[in-house]
Each structure stands twice: as C-alpha cells, then as structure tokens.
Ligand binder design. Structure first.
Ligand code: CP3
Length: 352
C-alpha cells in the first residue's frame, strides 16, 4: 500500500543533513555534532524512564527505545541520533546468557573458551530482533530530517566480553586465545562478525542512515596484532555495511597507532579519542573523514574553556575530508546537560 511505501522512503530533509554530508566528505553548512552516549544516565528524563526497568529489558521495548533515543535530540538539537541499544544486545537476542549490570557493564554467565562454546552461539537472523526493526521504524518516523546512526560492537571488543565474562582492563584471556588458540579465535571472530553485520543490516533496512562500528578496546593491540588477528574480521563487517550504501564510522579508544588500519578496514569516517590531536590523526586516515574528539571531562570546565578547545578542534578538522564533532569517548554520567546544550550550539554556529 501507499502508506508502507512512504514510510520506507528516506525523509526528504535527510538530503540536507550536515552529518551525512560530512560523513560523505561533502561541503557542510556547519560542523555537525552528536555525542557518544548522548542518551543515558546524564539525563534526568532518562533516569526517570529507566526506573525499575533493566537495561536489556529497556533495549527490547520499542517504545522505550524510541523515547530514550529522542531525548537528547529534543534537548540538544544534535545533528544525529544514536540508536539506544548495546553492543551485547544481539548476543542476548540469540540466546547467550548475559546481563548488563548497573555500574559494571555486560556480564556473561558462561564465558567462551572452546570451539564448542563458539559453535553453541547461534547466528543472528532478523527474526531474532523484531523489536529492533520496530524501534528503528518508529524512530525514523519521529526523527524526520535528523539521521539515525545504527551501531554494532566490533568482533574484538565483543569477544573481550564473551571470553573474559565481563569488563576487563588487560583483556588477558581474550588475547591468550588470540595468541594461543588461533582456530578458536578465528571461529569466534567469524561468529561475532556475522552477528554484527546482520545487526547493522537490520537497522539499515529499517531506516538507519549511517552506522558506527564500536571497537572500543582495540587500543589494547599492537598494530601488527590488530592487522593480523582483528582487522580482517572488522573488515568483513564494514564490507557488508558498505553494501547497504550508508556511511560507516569506525571508532576505538586509545587507537593513536591504529587509526590508519582502522580506516583501511573499510571506514568512511574514523573516530578519534581525545588523546590524539586531530592534526596528527588526519594524515593517518588519509582520504577519509574523522569524528571527535573533545576530552569528555572538558564539559566540566568553565564554558569558555570548553568552547575554546572545541574551536581548536573544529579548526583542526577543516584539514580532513570531512569532520563530525563529538567527544573523544562517551558522555560521563555526571555531565551537566546544560553544558552539552551550550557545546552543541557553539559547534553548530561556529564560524571561526
Ligand atoms: O547514547 C548512545 O551512545 C547509545 C547507546 C549505547 C549504549 N551502549 C547504552 C548503554 C551505545 C552506543 C553503547 C555501546 C557500548 N556498550 C560500547 C561501545 C561504546 C563505548 O562506550 O566504548 C561498549 C563497550 C558497551 C558495553 C557496555 N554497556 C558498557 C561498558 C556499559 C557501561 C557500564 C556502566 O554502567 O558504566 C554498558 C551499559 C550501558 N550501555 C549503559 C547504557 C546507557 C548504562 C546502563 C544503565 O543505564 O544502567
């Protein structure tokens, strides 16, 4: 019917989106800005909605996902929305016994150690995640001309939770598998890459206009180990995302020596954390865009200190093929939302 066709058409105003233009390396009316973890604990309206509702439970409730994703868009007027979910949600959806514990993060009941453990994890199909399709469709309708970023966790970062059983600093068990049990590692990385790619495909099929692959903990690797053991798997995810025709952002923390290979893995835009000045990141990523990279603690500084630093980042970003302003990692939960509102306005109206 007509109604179905029209909801499946991209909103006409998306063509003018500064975020999508920057992601494609086209000229922009202003530097676009959004914030990793812009939804979540820094917002009182989020805390209210989440009262008595578990994190995973909220991710599986389309009306909550729509509302939580919209909250920072309404409050800040950012140039993009990020889908409210988690990198471990698709694992939960295929039946992996895990939970997201408040203040801790993902905890996996039976950590993956053997080939049999890997083989016991089903591949993801769209039928596992009907609530994702429903939430994305609802969001795209609400967002109008504001693009929605779909996302997935990259194989290494998701593997770190599956193998360690929870958050870790050294990722010692994960890297022990990578170095010592190449067959198990290869099978696990293939498994997660397939799940991540399908998860992105579901989000884009339902209307997401861009994707971000989070390899948050890849900075734990040397460039050689990244290229040999991780990059081919992330590249398969980004290749499948590329076939969907949407821009791909690839982000990790502490990746100053991995920005080149993370771009080569198949990104249109490389996310940069705050430790690496954009001026040194840009030559490394070559003919790609960059995203970032204000130190998330600078929003706790006086407004003029924060905006002076933001101006330096915008100026440095002009040398890139495209620049999307962001923090260098997620919004810290105790952040004052009013300060993020001021930062958004500063970036969107900055003329230099
Ligand atoms: O606003 C957004 O950015 C979208 C939502 C989003 C969440 N997780 C919601 C969430 C996104 C993009 C993620 C990705 C994610 N999850 C990453 C990659 C990004 C990054 O931060 O590097 C990683 C490593 C995870 C795993 C994970 N899940 C962690 C480390 C945590 C935080 C633990 C804590 O409580 O400090 C989570 C839980 C989580 N994911 C929360 C939210 C809003 C907090 C849960 C809560 O509110 O109870």
């Amino acid at each position: 019917t007509l109604a179905v066709v029209s909801t499946d058409q991209p909103h006409p105003d998306l063509a003018a989106s500064a975020f999508l233009k920057a992601a494609r390396g086209e000229p922009v009316p202003h530097t676009p800005v959004w914030f990793m973890r812009q939804a979540g604990r820094s917002l009182p309206e989020y805390l209210k909605l989440r009262e008595g509702v578990g994190m995973l439970e909220s991710c599986m409730d389309p009306s909550l996902v729509v509302e939580i994703t919209m909250q920072p868009v309404r409050r800040y007027g950012v140039d993009a929305a990020i889908f409210f979910s988690d990198i471990v949600l698709p694992l939960k959806a295929v039946g992996v016994d895990l939970d997201i514990k408040p203040g801790i993060g993902p905890v996996v009941a039976d950590p993956v150690r053997t080939l049999a453990d890997v083989e016991a994890i089903p591949d993801l199909t769209p039928e596992h995640v009907p609530f994702i399709t429903e939430a994305v469709r609802g969001l795209v309708g609400e967002l109008g001309g504001t693009p929605l970023i779909g996302f997935a966790g990259a194989p290494f970062t998701v593997a770190s939770y599956l193998v360690e059983g929870g958050p870790s600093k050294e990722h010692a068990k994960t890297k022990a598998m990578m170095f010592g049990a190449p067959d198990v590692w290869d099978a696990l990385m293939h498994k997660i890459a397939g799940i991540a790619a399908t998860y992105l495909e579901v989000q884009v099929a339902a209307g997401a206009s861009a994707v971000q692959l989070f390899d948050s903990w890849a900075g734990a690797l040397t460039p050689g180990d990244y290229r040999e053991h991780v990059m081919p798997h992330s590249a398969r995810v980004l290749e499948r995302a590329g076939a969907l025709g949407v821009p791909r952002i690839h982000f990790g923390v502490g990746t100053s020596n991995l920005l080149g290979p993370m771009g080569e893995a198949g990104a249109d835009v490389v996310g940069v954390d705050w430790r690496t000045p954009l001026a040194s990141a840009i030559p490394q990523v070559g003919d790609r865009g960059v995203q970032g990279n204000l130190d998330p603690t600078l929003v706790f500084a006086p407004t003029e200190v924060m905006t002076a630093r933001a101006a330096e980042i915008i100026e440095a970003g002009r040398a890139a093929k495209g620049h999307i302003f962001n923090l260098g990692h997620g919004v810290i939960p105790s952040t004052d939302p009013d300060q993020l509102a001021r930062l958004t306005e500063f970036v969107q109206t900055y003329e230099g």
